[in-house]
Write a protein that binds this ligand. Structure first.
Ligand code: ZN
Length: 159
């Protein structure tokens, strides 16, 4: 394992041990639940979306270290972001964890998402890592007063 992967593993262990934004959000506008039957991971995502911006986001659930750490890291990345910025982050994340393992992981370009580069070396863990991201997308794509109309295409993408 390279030094950089070792560093990322430390980040994941840290987020698993001390998950950020863990718990329920009482004034959430958008809520969704997700389940990964392959591993038994469960996650609920609570977001407060105002004016098309994720003002607050929290998660609750139980699962393996990767699923929990990924959820924790996800919340820190999308908080304060617009829905379209979040959609872009989600696409980048999915690309990172599903791309060819021999392709280069450009840490400068990926920024904080680079922590997920190691996940693609463990295909069985991809569903664990992406559970929170899919659940978050499902939550924010639900229509709310100041958001936008839900589209069926978005729902298909989240399943
Ligand atoms: Zn898992």
């Amino acid at each position: 394992m390279s030094d950089i992967n070792e560093l990322y593993q430390q980040v994941i262990l840290d987020h698993n041990k001390n998950p950020r934004n863990f718990g329920e959000l009482n004034d959430a506008t958008n809520v969704a639940g997700g389940h990964n039957p392959l591993c038994g991971d469960h996650i609920d995502v609570y977001a407060r979306v105002e004016g098309g911006i994720i003002k607050e986001i929290k998660f609750k659930g139980a699962g393996c270290a990767i699923s929990k750490a990924s959820a924790s890291i996800m919340t820190t990345l999308v908080i304060g972001k617009t829905i379209s910025q979040t959609k872009k982050l989600f696409d980048d994340f999915i690309h990172i964890v599903t791309t060819d393992i021999n392709s280069k992981c450009d840490t400068l370009e990926l920024g904080k998402l680079a922590v997920f580069c190691g996940v693609r070396e463990f295909p069985a863990r991809v569903k664990c890592a992406s559970l929170a991201w899919h659940t978050m997308m499902k939550a924010i794509q639900k229509s709310d007063s100041d958001n936008r109309k839900i589209s069926t295409e978005d729902l298909v993408a989240a399943s």
